[in-house]
Design a protein. Structure first.
Length: 160
């Protein structure tokens, strides 16, 4: 709560007549996103973290959190935090048009959008989410080994 209040004060003198608002999104005890209302007529803090969830393992151990954030310039990004999975060549990050993914067939049958080559198998990382992607349809993030069509791990996303 102290962190949310501290963030809220960043809007002092710029948000009137709206109230000061700060937001911190937790996954368990871990902060996965935070924001504040920065200017009158601008995005409110609560729209910064749109969707969030925790990875579950499929073919390889995969852990961490995923959050889709709305940035102040209107762009959206997928943020992986405390992320860890197996390393390999040609591993990709997909958004899948399914509520959850536990196998390879669901990815191929439901349809997916590739967000890019995995930037690393450990640590925090960001991926741009195209504006045209319908987040009501594409509700799962999957780590996909493209060369062998293997689903390392997935995270179903829910409103934060």
């Amino acid at each position: 709560m102290r962190r949310a209040l501290s963030l809220a004060w960043r809007g002092w003198g710029r948000v009137a007549p709206n109230p000061l608002v700060g937001a911190v999104v937790l996954q368990g005890d871990e902060v996965v996103a935070e924001g504040f209302h920065g200017e009158f007529g601008g995005p409110h803090a609560e729209v910064h973290a749109l969707l969030t969830g925790t990875f579950h393992s499929n073919a390889h151990e995969t852990i961490g959190a995923a959050t889709i954030l709305s940035l102040s310039d209107g762009r959206r990004i997928l943020r992986l935090t405390n992320f860890s999975t197996s390393n390999g060549p040609d591993v990709r990050v997909y958004l899948v048009a399914a509520p959850d993914v536990n196998d390879e067939a669901t990815v191929e049958d439901a349809g997916f959008i590739e967000l890019g080559v995995m930037k690393g198998n450990k640590g925090d990382q960001n991926y741009d989410v195209p504006a045209a992607v319908d987040l009501a349809q594409y509700r799962t993030v999957t780590i996909w080994w493209k060369r062998f069509s293997v689903n390392f791990g997935s995270v179903p996303l829910a409103a934060s």
